[in-house]
Design a protein around this ligand. Structure first.
Ligand code: C2E
Ligand code: MG
Ligand code: MG
Length: 591
């Protein structure tokens, strides 16, 4: 069959009506012939590639544009069948849809195919096969979408890559991360694990600020080059997540060792300075490493863990890699959980006090007790002060908690005094620096002493050196006011800070509590450490000359107690006599 002269029943589609209507006054048979000629001419010269196809699949006619597109002539096309023309032979599904369209069960078929021209070149084409009504032939239109798809691909590439380093950007990285998690989780054959090195340059901002963005960008690109050199092509994906942050993704990771080895190789690669635009720049990086089973891992979960770990690497001193540690993470979470519930816990009365004896070294008499707070947490059980005092200081709730500790200790001390009028048991209470600054400690102490009836000389307040150092103004006034009231002030953990004993001596202080590290430095009798003993002895003598009494903390053995007594220490506190115990146990000791 030659050209668009076509088979029987070739009729125009919707445009026909418009044309027909415009000629409605002319004689009918003349119109129809002219119309057909017009349509044939239009079909032949149309820039859209088209063909008419009989319902049985025979190509009735193809136009010039289609011939050009397919690298064939309109004449040759009409000898083909549609399956060949459309490249449907290898696609049973598309063929089935074609039959449905031909049978009138479906209105159209649209698909994209890779067609091969007679000269062997190929073409990406979008095919649309539409019914034109009744038993009339089907209209096939073919569009070359190769260029469009290439452009799309180019746009996608631009959208998914970072222009500075040409690395995949955050968006693409997350896409690949999600795919890696899914693939690894589903794979029976693969390792089923994923790994991630999350990297941040140390001190990049300084480069940017002092040398300018142009050099900053060049450095970022140079860093990308080094990272690519460390990565295994195909196995690792290197991406820039923004700013000076990069990520290396290990698909099909074989284990923690592989991920940390990659991080190590990156650190090694950074040991060489970078030569950028005439500048020699030494740059280090901190890396958070997370490696885990893909099953049950979400990309966001993995990124959060990596973020936390990177933060640890920075906090631990930079220029290093740090591996994710679930325990450390758990700790961080409970820290948050504790901090959220601290205030309510004080109101609910979830705190209790233990007391630890202070014993006279020469006579073995009980001289006092230190009140030590514990949190009876409904979920975490009994928590030592190390877990929450810092938090309470950070958020200010220490003021409220400290007031409770003070009131409860004084109430208890007064009860012991009533029960045992002959003994003068001092209660020693820890005071945080914020209590001095953020509350009226003097007024609180005065009110509590008045309420409980405890003589002021039986109350001792323990402050750390750092709280006392440089105290001027308000804290100093407070110390003087408390001293005047008759309350004893002790310096806690003495020797751990940058104490200036001469300065301390000008403060209204009554006692020194030597930090436990001094006593621990004593070692055993077989291996005495004379240096430590000499230092402690000198300290004790100096303190005595300044009118202070000395308590040694953390006394764990009889031997240590004996040496402290020889040196001249006044009192001792530690497991050698008793661990911190409940008030009842102290009552029994007194009896
Ligand atoms: P601190 O005032 O130096 O208290 C002494 C700590 O040493 C206590 O720990 C005590 O249990 C422990 N200790 C006692 N004897 C020995 C021993 O022989 N060997 C060893 N290794 N340790 C011993 P705890 O109860 O965990 O208290 C820790 C710190 O928490 C206290 O150190 C104090 O700074 C703070 N703290 C405790 N209660 C309060 C409070 O009510 N308010 C404030 N602000 N801080 C408190
Ligand atoms: Mg203390
Ligand atoms: Mg202490």
């Amino acid at each position: 069959m030659g050209g668009p002269s076509g088979g029987p029943g070739v009729e125009p589609g919707s445009t026909a009506h418009v044309v027909t209507q415009s000629h409605s006054s002319a004689p009918r048979s003349r119109d129809r012939e002219a119309e057909l000629r017009d349509y044939r001419a239009a079909f032949a010269v149309a820039r859209s590639a088209m063909a008419l196809i009989a319902p049985d699949g025979v190509v009735l006619a193809g136009n010039g544009a289609l011939g050009t597109l397919l690298g064939t002539s309109p004449e040759r096309m009409s000898s083909l069948d549609a399956d060949t023309l459309l490249g449907l032979t290898g696609d049973p599904h598309a063929r089935a849809v074609f039959r449905e369209v031909a049978a009138g069960k479906r209105d159209r078929l649209r698909c994209t195919r890779l067609l091969t021209r007679p000269d062997g070149s190929s073409l990406r084409a979008e095919l649309t096969l539409s019914r034109t009504g009744g038993a009339r032939p089907l209209l096939l239109t073919v569009e070359d979408v190769g260029e469009r798809d290439a452009l799309r691909e180019q746009l996608r590439h631009l959208a998914m890559h970072d222009p500075v380093t040409r690395l995949p950007n955050r968006a693409l990285f997350f896409e690949r991360l999600a795919a890696a998690c899914e693939a690894a989780a589903g794979a029976g054959a693969g390792s089923g694990r994923v790994g991630l090195c999350y990297l941040d340059l140390d001190g990049f901002k300084a480069v940017n600020d002092t040398l300018g963005h142009r050099i900053g960008d060049a450095l970022l690109a140079a860093v990308a080059g080094r990272l690519l050199a460390c990565a295994q092509p195909g196995g690792h994906l290197v991406a820039r997540l923004g700013g000076d942050e990069y990520a290396l993704l290990l698909r099909e990771s074989t284990g923690t060792g592989q991920a940390t080895a990659l991080a190590e190789s990156v650190l090694t690669a950074f040991q060489q300075p970078f030569d950028v635009a005439g500048h020699r720049l030494a740059v280090s990086a901190s890396i958070g490493v997370v490696e885990r089973e893909a099953a049950g891992t979400s990309p966001t979960g993995l990124m959060q863990a990596a973020d936390t770990t990177l933060y640890w690497a920075k906090a631990d001193g930079k220029a290093r890699w740090t591996l994710f540690d679930p325990e450390r993470n758990e700790h961080r979470m409970t820290r948050q959980a504790l901090s959220r519930t601290l205030r309510q816990a004080i109101e609910r009365g979830e705190f209790v006090l233990d007391y630890q004896p202070l014993v006279a070294l020469d006579t073995g008499e009980l001289r006092g007790v230190e009140a030590l707070v514990r949190w009876e947490h409904p979920h975490f059980g009994r928590l030592p002060p190390g877990r929450f005092i810092g938090l309470a200081e950070e958020d200010g709730s220490i003021v409220q908690l400290g007031r409770w500790v003070l009131a409860e200790s004084c109430r208890q001390a007064r009860a012991w005094q009533r029960a045992h009028p002959g003994t003068a048991l001092v209660v020693s209470v820890n005071v945080a620096v914020r209590q001095v600054w953020d509350s009226d400690l003097v007024a609180d102490v005065a009110a509590i002493l008045a309420e409980t009836g405890l003589p002021p000389r039986l109350l001792q307040l323990e402050l750390t050196e750092s709280a006392l150092m440089g105290s001027a103004g308000r804290p100093l006034q407070a110390l003087h006011a408390l001293h005047e009231m008759g309350v004893r002030i002790a310096i806690d953990d003495f020797g751990t800070g940058y104490s200036n004993l001469a300065y301390m001596s000008r403060l209204p202080v009554s006692a020194l509590k030597l930090d436990g590290s001094f006593v621990q430095g004593f070692r055993s009798a077989e291996h005495p450490n004379p240096a430590d003993e000499t230092i402690v002895e000198a300290l004790v003598q100096l303190a005595h000359r300044l009118g202070l009494t000395v308590t040694a903390e953390c006394v764990e053995s009889a031997e240590q107690a004996e040496r402290l007594r020889r040196i001249g220490c006044d009192t001792g506190q530690g497991w050698h006599w008793s661990r911190p115990v409940g008030a009842d146990a102290i009552s029994r000791l007194l009896a």
